[in-house]
Structure formats: structure tokens, C-alpha cells
Design a protein around this ligand. Structure first.
Ligand code: PLP
Length: 386
């Protein structure tokens, strides 16, 4: 009998020949800003734990004490019996932080985007997407059955032209964008997008996965930084980056959240996250609000690193926060450089297609508030050695 999965061998070989093969590496350690690999401690410039909260003792204790009080698993989807007191408390705290009427929680940020988009548009509608949007926005748009319109990265003039041409053709329209782009660290032109959404009667969805806790005067994200937080109809966030936990959320009006609770399938048909994950995120949110120094340190480190790169003969990234891309071109250049940094004790991922466009393989350096100036100096020295 032929093995029905045998086709994978050839496909996987072709993938590997293009320099795109990847595998999982198990890491250890619970020290913020560091990980261990085979017993060796590395500086971790590969995480989205921007505020250094994922292993903060207060966050860990909040998770443990919630597990003792509520058990570990939630046991059911939210509408059945999985919605527990820590979920309700987190949703209320997030609504207060985001200055919205209501918040819905999802198992992940990926599920939040997927669920929200599919619940808001369908056949006969259109979704307008930035070319560099995160995979979950693209997959959500595809799954919805709506017509996809992709505009060049951050090009609101092109978007305007497409919206003008499309006027009257669709039942509903949704503009969906990353607030902060995950592989480039730049911010979407949200003021322009909010204007276009109003002019053309479109809904505006902003994915703040990398914005929450990092961007904006109070850490509310890219929309706050652009002065349009109150004009985003559907604000999507994750608990798994600056909030150091796991889960996703959508923040918005009571009307929106009520609709999602009834129609967002990744929430309705998936078990609610452990109450402990919600309790940990609530603790992180309280720390985020009480300790603005974390955000300030992060931006200071990011500025120092950006200033240092041209002197090392490396391409200067544009302005931005803790995501510092060093674009090197082909996958081999990025993988080689990443391996040499690893030898010098710095974990910096090589990001290759299809995560980024062809020809833009890069190092993606990601800083956290758990790093200090000495850590950064070690990274800069290691980068300087080539
Ligand atoms: C990480 C990420 C997500 C997914 O969030 P998870 O909680 O990790 O599933 C969504 N959007 C963007 C832009 C991201 O970078």
C-alpha cells in the first residue's frame, strides 16, 4: 500500500533546499530577558515579552493562586460553563484600560482576529488589508468569504483609490490592519485610515498585538499613539505579548461585543483559557499601569540600539519601538548571522519567507524592559563582530 503521506518527503525537501526549513528548540529558564539552551544561559532578544512580565514573580503568583482557587482547566467553552470569575475580572479591567464599554476574551490573539473578522463580514462584503498584515488577519478575511482587497504597505492613498473605485459595490466594508507591524515594528497610518473609514462608511479593525503596553502615552497601543483610540471600531489585542500571559481579546462597544459572543466561532466552539491565564493577565495589566518605567526603559534601549546599528555597518531600521529589524536579504545571510550571535550568547531569530516577503530575510531583534544597558552592550558588541 502506498503511504498517503509520502508526498511530504518531496515537498519538505524542496522547502529545505530553499533554506526555509525550521524546527522546534526547547528552551529553559524563568529569568526575565534570558533563556537557557542545553544548560547555557542566553540573552533573549527573541521574545515579545516586552515589559518583562511573563516570569515576573507577581504574575506567576497570581496564576498559582488562581489555580488553587479555581482549578487549572476551565472545562468548557465560555457560553457553557468555562467563563469564570477571573475571566470576568480581566474583561472588566481591560475595558477600563481600553476605555471601551466591553471586552470579549478569546483563546489566543489569532483566534480573536479570526473570530472577529468572520463575525463581521461575509460574502457580498469587502475586507481591505495592508500587504504586511499578520497571517491571522489574512486568514480571517479569506475564511469570511468576503472579497479581499490588498493595498501596499501603509499606503493610504492607494487604499483611498481602491475604496473610491469600490464605492457602492459591497454591502459592508472592513479596513483591517496591524497597529504595529510585527516584523518591521513600524506603525500604521491610523489617523488616515480612521478618516477613510469614516468617509467610506467602513468598519475599522486595528490589531494591537505589538502595541498594547508598548506604544502610546499610557501604553494603550498604536491607536492611542496616533490620537485615534476612540475612532477604532474593533480593537483587537493579545494577552500573550506585553501582558506576558496567553489569550486574545476584542475591545469595543457593548453592541459589538454582544454580537461577537453570539457569532465568533473560535470563542463559542473553543474551551475558555485557564482561569489562571486570565488572573495572570490581570496582574500584568495592573503592573503595566503602575510601572510606566518599564515602557520608558524599553524605548530608551530601542533608541540606543537603533543609533548603534549604522556604525556597525548594518542597515538602519526606521524609527520605532522594541522591534528592531535588520534586513539582510537572502535567508542564508540571516540564518548565518543568527547562528553567530547564538555562539556569542545572544538569541536573535532569523525571520525568512513566507513570514516576510522574498528578499527581505532579516534578524528580528526584540528588546524587553527586562534587559539593561549591559545586556544591550553585549548584543551590540556581538553584532559588531559580524
Ligand atoms: C502575535 C500576533 C497575533 C497573535 O496573537 P497570539 O495571542 O500569539 O495568538 C496577532 N496579530 C499580530 C500582529 C501578532 O503579532
Amino acid at each position: 500500500m502506498p503511504d498517503p503521506l509520502a508526498w511530504i518527503d518531496e515537498a519538505a525537501d524542496a522547502w529545505a533546499r530553499r533554506g526555509l526549513g525550521r524546527g522546534l528548540v526547547a528552551l529553559g529558564g524563568a529569568t526575565p530577558g534570558r533563556v537557557s539552551r542545553d544548560g547555557r544561559v542566553l540573552l533573549n532578544f527573541a521574545s515579545n515579552d516586552y515589559l518583562g512580565l511573563a516570569s515576573d514573580p507577581r504574575v506567576v503568583e497570581a496564576a498559582c493562586s488562581a489555580a488553587r482557587k479555581h482549578g487549572w482547566g476551565s472545562g468548557a467553552s465560555p457560553l457553557v460553563s468555562g467563563w469564570r470569575e477571573p475571566h470576568e475580572e480581566l474583561a472588566a479591567a481591560l475595558a477600563d484600560f481600553e476605555r471601551v464599554e466591553s471586552v470579549a476574551l478569546f483563546p489566543t490573539g489569532f483566534a480573536a482576529n479570526l473570530g472577529a473578522i468572520v463575525a463581521l463580514v461575509g460574502p457580498g462584503d469587502a475586507v481591505y488589508l495592508d500587504r504586511l498584515n499578520h497571517a491571522c488577519l489574512i486568514d480571517g478575511a479569506r475564511l469570511s468569504g468576503a472579497r479581499l482587497r490588498v493595498y501596499p504597505h501603509n499606503d493610504s492613498n492607494r487604499l483611498e483609490a481602491i475604496l473610491t473605485r469600490d464605492r457602492g459595490r459591497f454591502r459592508r466594508s472592513l479596513i483591517a490592519t496591524d497597529g504595529v507591524f510585527s516584523m518591521d515594528g513600524d506603525v500604521a497610518p491610523l489617523a488616515d485610515l480612521a478618516d477613510l473609514a469614516s468617509r467610506f462608511g467602513a468598519m475599522l479593525l486595528v490589531d494591537e498585538a505589538h502595541g498594547t503596553g508598548v506604544h502610546g502615552p499610557d501604553g494603550r497601543g498604536a491607536a492611542e499613539a496616533c490620537g485615534v483610540a476612540g475612532r477604532v471600531d474593533v480593537k483587537v489585542g493579545t494577552l500573550s505579548k506585553a501582558l506576558g500571559s496567553v489569550g486574545g481579546f476584542v475591545a469595543g462597544s457593548r453592541r459589538l461585543i454582544g454580537w461577537l459572543v453570539n457569532h465568533a466561532r473560535p470563542m463559542i466552539y473553543s474551551t475558555a483559557p485557564p482561569p489562571s491565564a486570565a488572573a495572570a493577565a490581570s496582574m500584568s495589566l495592573a503592573i503595566l499601569r503602575a510601572e510606566p518605567w518599564r515602557r520608558a526603559r524599553l524605548w530608551e534601549l530601542a533608541g540606543t540600539l537603533r543609533d548603534a546599528l549604522p556604525g556597525l555597518g548594518l542597515p538602519a531600521p526606521g524609527p520605532g519601538g522594541p522591534i528592531v529589524p535588520v534586513v539582510l536579504g537572502g535567508p542564508d545571510a540571516a540564518v548565518g548571522r543568527s547562528a553567530r550571535l547564538l555562539d556569542r550568547g545572544c538569541l536573535v531569530p532569523a525571520i525568512r519567507p513566507p513570514t516576510v516577503p522574498e528578499g527581505t530575510a532579516r534578524l528580528r531583534i526584540s528588546l524587553t524592559a527586562a534587559h539593561d544597558r549591559a545586556d544591550l552592550d553585549r548584543l551590540i558588541a556581538a553584532l559588531g563582530e559580524g
